[in-house]
Design a protein around this ligand. Structure first.
Ligand code: TRP
Length: 544
C-alpha cells in the first residue's frame, strides 16, 4: 500500500479513543487498584503519575513519531529510519554475543540460545529487530490476553444467567478452578474473544477500530460509573476508599516505587509496537502531544475508577482484597452476590461486561500489530493478514489455555522448557511464563531501546521536526525559559536536511521548551530509569 493510500484516523477523537482502548485493559482493573492499595494509596498514585510523565509520556511520543513519520508497521518503520549497517545496532549485537558466551559458561544454554538469536538479528537486521520483537511479542501477548478475555465474556454470560450465585470465597474459588480446568470450555471462550477482536478490525482502521472505540469506550466509562455509584453507596464502603486512596507515605517502599515504574509502562501499552502502529495512521496535522496527554488522562482515570468500583464493595461485604485473576474471578463474584437487595447478579454482569470491553479494545490493538505487519511487509490484503495473525495467535493461545488448568496436559512442552531454561522457569503455567516474559523482559527492554533508537540512531532532530508537526502551538509558544526565536527558513536550521527527507522542515528554536525537555528525557532520563526497573524486575537489584 502506498503512503498516500494508507488508512488513517478521521480525527483526534478517533485516535484518542482507540489508543485509550488499547491502554485501558486488564492492567488497569486487576493490577493498578491492588498495588495502589498495598503501597500507600495516594502516595503511590503520586509516584505513579511522576513515572508516567518522566518515562511513559516521552517513550509514547517516541513511538508515535516513529509511526507517523514512516507510516509503516513497526518492522518497516525501524528499518526505514535506521542507518544502513547501524554501528549502534552492531555494538549491541556484539554485546549480546558476549552475554551469550557468559551464559554458556554459566551453563544456561537456553538463555544463551535466545541471546544468540537476538544477537544475530541485531547484526543482520539492525534496529528492525525491535519491530519484529514488537510484532511477534504483541501476538504472543494476545495469545494469553485472549484467554482472560474469554473468561471475562464467559463470566458476564454466567452472571446474567445467575449462575454465579455463591456468597463466600470458598465456593467462588471452587467454581473458578472447575471452570479453568475444563480445556474445551477455555479454548472455546478464548476463540470467541478472538473472533470478536477479528470482527472489529475486519472493516479496517477507521470503519472498524475507530468506530467501535467510539462506541465501546464511552460505554466502558458509563459502566464503571454505574458500578462506582452502587459500590460507594453500600454501608461500610468507606474502608475500601481508605484502603485504595488514603495517602500513607510510610507504606511506600523502594519496591513500590519500582513497581509504579513498571506498571506505568505496561498500562500505556508501550514497548510493543502498538503505539508505533496506531501512530502510523495519524495525520500530519494532528497534535500528538495533546493526544498523548489525553490517552494518559483517560487511562489513569479508568484505573482510578476501577479501584473505586472494586474496593468499596469488597470491604463493605467483608472480603479481603486480592489482585490478578483471583480478585476478578473469585473475590468479586462473591462480593457482588453478597449485595443486599438481591440484584447482585446484575451488578456482577455489568462489571464483567465492562471487563470484556476493556479486554476487547486491548485485544483489538494487539491483533492489529500483526495484521499491519503482514499487510505492509507481504503486501497482502487485510482479511488475509487478519486470518494469518489469528491462526498464529490461536495456535499459541491454546497452549496457554490448556496449561492453566493443568501443566501436565502439556508434558512434552513442559519438559522441553524445563530442560532448556532450567526447572526454575516452571513455577507457573505456560500462561504465567508468557506473561512474565512479556511484562518483565520484553516491554522494558524494547521500551528502553526505542528511546535509545530515537535519541542516538534516528536522531532527535528529525524526531523533533515530526513531533512539532501539528503541535506547533505547544512546541513553539511554550518556551517558558529563554528567548522565543522561530525561523521557518530551512537554511537557518542545521537539522533541516534530516527532516526534509520526509518533507518536514525544522525551524531553529532557542530557549527551553517542550522539545528541549522531551529530548533530555528521551536521551538520558527514560532509558536509565527503565534499565533500573528492568534490573529490579529480573532480580539483579534487590531493594530492601
Ligand atoms: N495496556 C494494557 C492493559 O493495561 C495491556 C497491554 C500491554 C497492551 N501492552 C499492550 C494492550 C499492547 C494492547 C497492546 O491491560
Amino acid at each position: 500500500m502506498s503512503k498516500a493510500k494508507r488508512e488513517n484516523w478521521s480525527g483526534a477523537l478517533g485516535f484518542i479513543l482507540a489508543a485509550a482502548g488499547s491502554a485501558i485493559g486488564l492492567g488497569n482493573i486487576w493490577k493498578f487498584p491492588y498495588i495502589t492499595g498495598l503501597n500507600g494509596g495516594g502516595a503511590f498514585v503520586l509516584i505513579y503519575l511522576l513515572c508516567i510523565l518522566l518515562v511513559g509520556l516521552p517513550v509514547m511520543l517516541c513511538e508515535l513519531t516513529i509511526g507517523r513519520n514512516t507510516r509503516k508497521d513497526p518492522y518497516g518503520a525501524f528499518r526505514e529510519l535506521q542507518t544502513q549497517h547501524s554501528r549502534l545496532a552492531r555494538f549491541f549485537g556484539w554485546l549480546l554475543v558476549l552475554g551469550a558466551v557468559g551464559l554458556v559458561l554459566g551453563g544456561r544454554w537456553g538463555f544463551a540460545v535466545v541471546a544468540l538469536i537476538f544477537a544475530v538479528l541485531l547484526l543482520t537486521k539492525g534496529f528492525a529487530t525491535l519491530g519484529l520483537l514488537g510484532v511477534f511479542g504483541g501476538l504472543a501477548i494476545l495469545s494469553y490476553y485472549a484467554v482472560v478475555g474469554g473468561w471475562a465474556v464467559a463470566y458476564m454470560l454466567k452472571a446474567f444467567r445467575r449462575q454465579l450465585d455463591y456468597h463466600d470465597l470458598g465456593a467462588a474459588q471452587a467454581a473458578f478452578s472447575q471452570f479453568v480446568e475444563n480445556p474445551g470450555l477455555m479454548v472455546g471462550f478464548q476463540l470467541v474473544f478472538m473472533v470478536l477482536c477479528a470482527l472489529v478490525i475486519w472493516s479496517g482502521v477507521r470503519k472498524g477500530i475507530e468506530r467501535w472505540s467510539k462506541i465501546l469506550m464511552p460505554l466502558l466509562f458509563l459502566l464503571l460509573l454505574a458500578v462506582i455509584l452502587r459500590s460507594l453507596t453500600l454501608p461500610g464502603a468507606r474502608a475500601g476508599v481508605a484502603f485504595f486512596l488514603y495517602p500513607d507515605f510510610s507504606k511506600l517502599s523502594t519496591a513500590g516505587v519500582l513497581e509504579a515504574l513498571g506498571h506505568s509502562f505496561y498500562t500505556l501499552s508501550l514497548g510493543m509496537g502498538i503505539t508505533v502502529t496506531y501512530g502510523s495512521y495519524l495525520k500530519r496535522e494532528q497534535n500528538m502531544i495533546s493526544a498523548s496527554l489525553w490517552v494518559i488522562v483517560l487511562d489513569t482515570l479508568a484505573a482510578t475508577m476501577a479501584g473505586l468500583a472494586i474496593f468499596p464493595a469488597v470491604f463493605a461485604m467483608g472480603f479481603d482484597p486480592a489482585s490478578g485473576p483471583s480478585l476478578l474471578f473469585e473475590v468479586l463474584p462473591a462480593t457482588f452476590n453478597s449485595f443486599p437487595g438481591g440484584f447482585g447478579w446484575f451488578w456482577c454482569g455489568l462489571f464483567f461486561l465492562m471487563l470484556s470491553i476493556a479486554a476487547l479494545t486491548s485485544g483489538v490493538a494487539l491483533l492489529q500489530i500483526g495484521t499491519a505487519y503482514f499487510m505492509d511487509q507481504f503486501k497482502i490484503r487485510r482479511h488475509w493478514a487478519i486470518l494469518i495473525s489469528f491462526a498464529g495467535v490461536a495456535a499459541l493461545g491454546v497452549l496457554s489455555s490448556v496449561s492453566i488448568g493443568n501443566w501436565e496436559n502439556l508434558e512434552a512442552l513442559k519438559r522441553a522448557i524445563g530442560m532448556t531454561f532450567g526447572a526454575g522457569t516452571l513455577a507457573g503455567s505456560f500462561f504465567d511464563t508468557l506473561d512474565y516474559l512479556a511484562s518483565n523482559w520484553m516491554l522494558p527492554l524494547s521500551g528502553m531501546f526505542i528511546a535509545i533508537f530515537v535519541a542516538w540512531e534516528w536522531g532527535m532532530r528529525p524526531a523533533d521536526a515530526e513531533l512539532r508537526q501539528g503541535a506547533e502551538r505547544w512546541t513553539d509558544r511554550w518556551l517558558p525559559w529563554g528567548r522565543r526565536r522561530i525561523e521557518s527558513s530551512p537554511d537557518a536550521a542545521p537539522g533541516a536536511e534530516a527532516g526534509a527527507e520526509h518533507g518536514i522542515e525544522l525551524p531553529a528554536v532557542s530557549g527551553i521548551g517542550f522539545l528541549t525537555i522531551w529530548n533530555f528525557l528521551v536521551r538520558f532520563v527514560s532509558p536509565v530509569i527503565i534499565l533500573l526497573v528492568f534490573l529490579y524486575s529480573i532480580g539483579v537489584i534487590k531493594p530492601h
